[in-house]
Ligand binder design. Sequence first.
Ligand code: PNW
Length: 524
Amino acid sequence: MRNIQDCFCKMTYWLLIIFTSLLGTDGWSDNRQRKFKDDFLFGAATSAYQVEGAWNIDGKSESIWDRYFHEHPEVVVDGRNGDVGSDSYHQYKRDVELLRELGVDFYRFSMSWNRILPTGFPNKINEKGIQYYDNLINELLKYNIEPVVTLFHFDLPQTLQDLGGWANPLCIEWFEEYARVVFDKYADKVKYWITVNQPNDICIESYESDRWPPAAESKGIGPYLCIKNVMLAHANVYRLYVNEYKNKYKGSVGISLAVNWLEPLNNKTENVEAVELYREFTLGLFINPIWSKEGDFPQVVKDIVAKRSKEQGFTKSRLPILSKQEIKLLKGSSDFLGINHYTTSLVSPSSDEFPSPSIADDVRVQLSKRSEWKIAKSPWLASAPYGIYKACIHINLKYDYPPVFITEHGWSTDVGLQDEDRAYNLREYMKAILLAIEDGTNLKGYTAWSLIDNVEWSAGTSERFGLYEVDFDSDDKTRTPRLSAHVYKRLIKTRVVEENWKPKSMKMKISDRKFKEPEPKAEL
Ligand code: PNW
């Protein structure tokens, strides 16, 4: 019976692959209007460093981003770093008002490790930091908005980076200690947890390149150490929650991976093979240990890194081994998969000389975009809506229908309230998501990145991702709805994508969809 099922599954897989590739980039959808079911959740996201500001206020200590941007102000494109950012530390009530205007079901935000544990360790708990997140969570719950908390969104305490950061296996333990403090304080109120945001970027950008702090540039070595440690840190915290909190609080814990779609430059076998390989390096290393039947890092990645390491004179593979116990710890260590999806890239083999050793040299591919794809303000961000459909179907079939949340998706523009491009991109991707749901993916929710303009890392505020514009020159960092905020609000309310809908006015009111003002308390 199982065999018949497997066979059927495989057949469906290949039929869908053939079907989706036949559809190509055009005409992949029809004109039917589809509807989001009532239990599909809508939300918006931000992250601590990018919006909070208050970098050294009320006991918060220095994260790697504070240190990096203070020491290298020249890397921030427009000079606006996260010292003040969108000042959500002081404006959080206004942020919750925006969420109420949109009518979202949840708000995804991250906690700053440094704000909670200024030394990085639980020897000193910063009560003012604890209070801040408590206030934010209470404000959300007051209006029936579910808090979705990311424990780690790139901002490691500098104290821990000084000890090697994610390249040091002790970081697994440090992360668990931090998570325990957070769970103890908030597990009664927070039901959705994301351990780590985009481990791939954490490890590649910080250890393979000099683009992110600590700019360690330990090519081909550091990133692999980091990957193993970050993944084990995630799994440990998942197990911690399951063993000590889940029975009582009934929450879910997941991880958010960067899952952009990759496709071959054209149908030549070498390109198809290059895509498969690159996908295993960028997604497989993270998804396989948790969701594949066999667990572990993908075999093809293990083989290639071992081969190259040997050729380079290393005594063992630069990709560390996962022990049997570690494989067991990682397998199944997530209640849901968070997908951060922004764009699609074309992949082909590269004959360039890469630095040796390096991940680029291990994988040897090059990326490009189709000329017809519209590019956002961020040069890496091209609009190719069918990519989200293909990514969802791929994950669904290859990893046995995991429950998926889109935990980030968005578009960058210049300053300006009439963001037709963002509104268009949102609608087109929403249509693709509806199609993916119709074709059987286990999609539970969608998160717009971002609620408000924020500090886009080294791009500063030169690339705006917000549904709401932030006036960074004003004292209260005034938030004003863009066209896309209206479009998103309307979509959440009607549950359908309306091509030509326009708001009558740019003024926003609190959504009448689900929030009621709390009843005034009777005077005693
Ligand atoms: C995400 N890419 O990063 C991060 O989680 C956010 O902090 C960030 O602000 C947002 O996306 C927009 O950049 C990404 O190259 C960085 O495809 C790069 C890519 C995707 C996501």
